[in-house]
Design a protein around this ligand. Structure first.
Ligand code: ZN
Length: 113
């Protein structure tokens, strides 16, 4: 389950930001999760709640913003919506479609006090 290491990565970002901006509490964390990132929003929430216990982020809410997948079709050279990696191009039915968007997870914003 790679969500646990991702959750620890989120906590690391929060703690670094806390040091840099000297805030004491985090109310909520906004993360973008790409449709093609293979990250389960429910799993990352669960892991996040586990890793923030006893830290300055304890009790913080993890808000997940899902980002749609996007790819570039090598057959028709269009940028197309992509629901899953290795899907055929929805425009022309061709292959391959290289994933170009919605492939990662990143921390977008922190709400602090
Ligand atoms: Zn195509």
């Amino acid at each position: 389950m790679h969500e646990m290491s991702l959750a620890m990565g989120i906590l690391q970002i929060v703690e670094d930001a806390a040091r840099a901006q000297s805030f004491r509490r985090v109310r909520s964390v906004f993360v973008e999760i790409g449709e093609l990132s293979a990250v389960e929003p429910a799993a990352i929430r669960f892991c996040f709640d586990a890793v923030i216990a006893g830290t300055l982020a304890e009790g913080a809410v993890l808000n997940v913003v899902e980002v749609a997948g996007e790819g570039l079709c090598f057959n028709c050279h269009q940028t197309v919506p992509l629901a899953a990696r290795y899907d055929p191009c929805p425009a022309c039915g061709g292959y391959p479609v290289q994933a170009t968007g919605g492939t990662e997870m990143r921390v977008k914003e922190l709400e602090v006090e």
